[in-house]
Design a protein around this ligand. Structure first.
Ligand SMILES: NC(=O)c1ccc[n+]([C@@H]2O[C@H](COP(=O)([O-])OP(=O)(O)OC[C@H]3O[C@@H](n4cnc5c(N)ncnc54)[C@H](O)[C@@H]3O)[C@@H](O)[C@H]2O)c1
Length: 596
């Protein structure tokens, strides 16, 4: 018969423990909440009351429900209080020796039939279990942060965990309103194994001053629709916890350099900058524990200050190209009030682009996002041409032709001949080095990357790529243009993948490697990232949308430029592309789309 969990114990009431207590108490389970000292106990109690008070203020919890919830929690110092619980969840700091010591104690104190669970993110549940005399009753129950919000629970079964214990814990997760995925005991399980390489890479970018913290975070939020940027997420997780997770994953997970904690992390932890919980990490918070970011000495000036900061005035813009990106970019500039000269390779192509722009603007009218007058004015601002000579008097050129270096170089050489002095020349390349294009002109200081995302009229992000020759004035101009377009421009260096693709594709590739290793299924991996980390799509859904061939090409570029062994494309990805399984566009990728 399935176990009844009437009273559970939670050990450690920090970032995770306090949230886990809330999850149980909210669902009618009595909780004994244990800390190491009176001070820590009071902090844990304050976290719980703060969280439930916020829920009441937001109208998500009635006052009476909050009071009933709090009445279910018995706060105690010391493990001895756990003698009568049916299940314990341990959420103390991520150190194996500490957890082993606590499990040995729990084994002595708890009823023989009690289940002992750890919320570890990266340590071996098996190694923790052998500190007890009941390893078959030890299991991982890995909640996600913030525990009351995130739906996912990873249930970690070791080789000795009893099947009935796994089944009972799965049923309990369901009772708590969570979605569980059950997996075996591997460093980082599903979500953290895919998440932490990405987080550490983002810290490395910040440490190398490749981009600012605001720009890295904005890039991933706006470019990928993530609920928060990687550095803000590190602050939420806690930098000490993140450091330990990375360190353990590095040692347990095959010494992948991408998990070797960025040196900056260690320095920040040593300096007591632990993230939200200490009031300062990558960002500064109103007070310890507060989610509210306050300005500090690194907070950038507002966008209009950048405008004053040496940006050139831009009124007339040339857009070269006739593909999806060029079409979207023409629309974006025309709608923002710029005069636009579209240059294609012939009248027929111009007519097609013109039709596409009209169709898209009309859609805006139908959806009530644009008035008919605005549409007509935007169209009236565009001139259609098939010759580059018409770009002689524009202030800015945006190139969006085929992704081939020789073609782009030849085009930039021609623009250099034709355009007036002082014009900003921008390329929308997503994978070629901007400096190669810049050096095809005699004015590399005026060349910059403007990496729009598809579809350009909708996606709010533009990566502004500065080469080692781009002038400060050109960068400032690019920032001011993005602001006028209503886009968020993030500035980064001229490295393969810029910010978004460099952080996104290795994670997707890792997901393919995880599937290839048969650690989990595509469905569970997708669930884990959506429900554990709040991603809008799971990695396999996204790969099928982006196209496996496109993803493979980007991943190859990253690997070739950075020579990072961990970036080598997953063989399964290569095979699928070879087999013609390219994703939605070919009807089949990781999933079959023909039957839907
Ligand atoms: N932070 C996250 O985002 C996250 C997410 C999922 C899982 N985890 C895992 O959860 C566990 C806890 O992490 P955290 O971020 O909540 O850490 P934390 O540092 O915020 O909290 C740990 C708490 O444990 C208490 N503690 C220490 N020794 C104790 C003892 N002997 N008895 C009772 N309490 C003790 C501390 O006083 C502290 O309040 C770790 O294993 C971590 O890997 C963390």
């Amino acid at each position: 018969m399935a176990r009844e969990f009437t009273r559970v114990g939670v050990v450690g009431l920090g970032t995770m423990g306090a949230g886990i207590v809330e999850v149980f108490a909210r669902n009618g389970v009595d909780v004994t909440a244990v800390e190491i000292s009176d001070g820590a106990l009071e902090r844990g109690r304050a976290t719980l009351t703060g969280s439930t008070d916020r829920a009441v203020a937001k109208g998500k919890l009635a006052e009476a429900e909050r009071d009933a919830l709090l009445a279910r929690v018995d706060f105690r110092v010391g493990l001895d209080a756990l003698h009568d619980v049916d299940l314990v969840i341990e959420a103390v700091p991520e150190h194996l020796d500490l957890k082993q010591r606590i499990f040995a104690e729990l084994d002595r104190i708890c009823k023989p039939e009690a289940i002992l669970a750890t919320n570890t993110s990266s340590l071996s549940v098996t190694e923790i279990s052998v500190a007890t005399t009941r390893p078959n009753q030890v299991i991982g129950i890995h909640f996600f942060n913030p525990a009351p919000v995130m739906k996912l629970v990873e249930v970690v079964r070791t080789v000795v965990t009893s099947a009935d214990v796994v089944a009972d814990v799965e049923a309990l997760c369901e009772r708590l309103g969570k979605v569980d995925v059950t997996i075996s005991d591997r460093a980082g399980f599903i979500a953290n194994a895919l998440l932490f390489g990405y987080l550490n890479h983002a810290v490395g970018m910040f440490e190398a001053r490749y981009a600012t913290r605001e720009d890295i975070d904005a890039a991933m939020k706006l470019g990928c629709g993530l609920p928060m940027g990687p550095l803000a997420l590190m602050d939420l997780i806690g930098l000490d916890t993140a450091y330990e997770i990375l360190d353990t994953m590095y040692r347990r997970g095959g010494r992948d350099r991408r998990h070797a904690p960025a040196p900056l992390l260690k320095q920040m932890v040593t300096a007591g900058l632990l993230g939200r919980k200490s009031g300062r990490g990558f960002y500064t918070y109103e007070r310890p524990g507060s989610p509210k970011v306050v300005p500090d000495e690194y907070t950038p000036l507002a966008a209009d200050a950048a405008l004053a900061d040496g940006a050139r005035a831009m009124a007339k813009v040339g857009v070269v190209g006739s593909g999806t990106m060029a079409t979207g970019i023409i629309e974006v500039f025309a709608k923002a009030g710029y005069e636009v000269v579209s240059v294609t390779r012939g009248a027929e192509k111009s007519a097609k682009v013109c039709e596409a722009v009209k169709t898209s603007l009309n859609k805006g009218v139908v959806r009530g996002k644009l008035s008919e007058t605005d549409r007509d004015e935007a169209l009236g601002r565009i001139t259609w041409s098939a010759t580059l000579e018409h770009l002689a008097d524009v202030d800015l050129v945006v190139e969006a032709v085929i992704e081939e270096l020789s073609v782009k170089k030849a085009l930039f050489a021609s623009l250099d001949e034709i355009c007036k002095p002082g014009v900003v020349l921008a390329t929308t390349t997503s994978s070629l080095p901007v400096i190669d294009v810049a050096m095809a002109t005699q004015r590399p200081a005026d060349v910059v990357g403007l990496h729009f995302f598809n579809p350009a009229p909708i996606m709010p992000l533009v990566e502004i790529v500065q080469t080692i020759r781009t002038s400060a004035e050109t960068s400032a101009t690019a920032r001011a243009v993005c602001a006028k377009l209503g886009k968020t421009g993030v500035v980064c260096g001229d490295r393969s993948g810029f910010i978004v693709n460099a952080l996104l594709f290795p994670y997707l590739n890792d997901a393919v490697k995880m599937l290839e290793a048969s650690y989990s299924t595509a469905d569970d991996i997708d669930y884990a990232m959506k429900l554990g980390c709040g991603y809008p799509m799971g990695p396999f859904e996204l790969l099928d949308v982006v196209g496996l061939d496109v993803s493979l090409a980007i991943q190859r570029e990253l690997y070739l430029e950075l020579r990072e062994p961990g970036f080598a494309p997953a063989p399964l990805l290569e095979h699928l592309v070879t087999a013609g399984y390219l994703g939605r566009k070919s009807g089949r990728g990781f999933r079959d789309h023909t039957r839907r």
